[in-house]
Design a binder for this molecule. Structure first.
Ligand code: BT5
Length: 293
């Protein structure tokens, strides 16, 4: 069976007020990964800009760099196909805009104190409630498509999580004490993301960076940045490709580990800014993990 065949179109999702995103919105009960399906369908030009795939469960939900995304029933697993008229190097910042939109949507629709943990997690009560995986297909100077994958732990109980994430994950139901309308989760994310996406395509993070910083986890706190960091010059297509494939180009990588400082913000290039003994240092989006100390 072809991936497109298992999806059915949802015509009138309640609460959805978008013009482009979720038009069409396709849903299935189960698939391996909505991101993989979206890439396949975009590759074959069967779906284009704005289309959204939604699945009730995933058997092989993906995180970054080959990691797994636990996708039991009760969660929201969606992928948005985007075809931005942007140079590939500007695509990595888009995942920050997606995470920011999820955090704002959870704040507005469910009154939760949701924060964005740079670069791609959304936290509530210090635990991960949502992860974002953006994958891109591009040539040197042209983006074919970006698939923005979003996994939200909606109606999951603690026992639904695999043991390895139980202590670090949370869900809307766990935080609120009751189940939520999963359609409202989908609609509010798309409603919020649509204008943010337009803003990103027009002006990048120029204005968004401040808004993103305002809902950033660990702001003003001492944090440690682990693993690979990218040196100067990582704004080019290499940085974009890094994000698309999860691979790292040796020329631009230094493998500094455990750099500690005070998290002072996110800049207009989407970089994490750390104050390290009075000197502000910028960290690019890569496989950097940020932890509170
Ligand atoms: C992410 O990766 O956080 C991106 C997750 C994206 C999932 C969506 S669902 C729809 C679309 N289709 C897909 O196949 N994927 C996307 P990363 O930053 O690498 O985080 C992965 C790590 O988060 C894992 O190694 C676990 O430690 C943890 N984790 C796994 N499942 C989780 C869950 N349901 N809730 C919270 N944490 C989880």
């Amino acid at each position: 069976m072809r991936p497109g065949d298992i999806y059915e179109e949802v015509k009138d999702l309640e609460h959805l007020r978008t013009k482009v995103l979720g038009r069409p919105l396709l849903i299935t009960e189960d698939t391996a990964s909505t991101n993989d399906d979206a890439k396949l369908l975009a590759d074959e030009n069967l779906l284009g800009h704005g289309a959204v795939l939604l699945s009730r469960t995933q058997s092989r939900g993906k995180g970054r760099l080959g990691r797994r995304w636990a996708s039991p029933r009760g969660g929201v697993f969606m992928s948005i196909i985007l075809q931005p008229d942007l140079p590939p190097a500007q695509v990595p910042g888009l995942s920050l805009a997606v995470g920011y939109s999820v955090a704002r949507a959870l704040r507005e629709s469910f009154d939760l104190d949701a924060k964005i943990k740079w670069p791609n997690d959304v936290l509530v009560s210090g635990r991960k409630i949502c992860g974002v995986l953006c994958e891109m297909k591009a040539e040197q100077d042209r983006v074919h498509y970006v698939v923005a994958g979003i996994g939200v732990n909606a109606n999951l109980r603690p026992d639904d999580f695999p043991p390895e994430v139980k202590d670090t994950a949370t869900s809307l139901a766990a935080e609120l004490g009751h189940n939520v309308d999963q359609d409202l989760v989908v609609a509010s994310i798309l409603n919020y993301f649509e204008p943010v996406y337009e803003e990103y395509v027009q002006r990048g993070l120029t204005d968004l960076a401040g808004h993103i910083t305002s809902v950033a986890a660990y702001l003003g706190e001492r944090v440690v940045v682990h693993n690979r960091t990218l040196g100067p010059g990582s704004q080019g297509p290499e940085a974009a490709r890094l994000h698309a494939t999860g691979s790292v180009s040796p020329q631009i990588v230094s493998t500094e580990t455990g750099q500690e400082g005070v998290f002072v913000g996110i800049d207009e290039s989407g970089r994490l800014l750390l104050d390290m003994d009075g000197v502000t240092k910028a960290f690019d989006v890569g496989d950097v993990s940020l932890r509170s100390v």
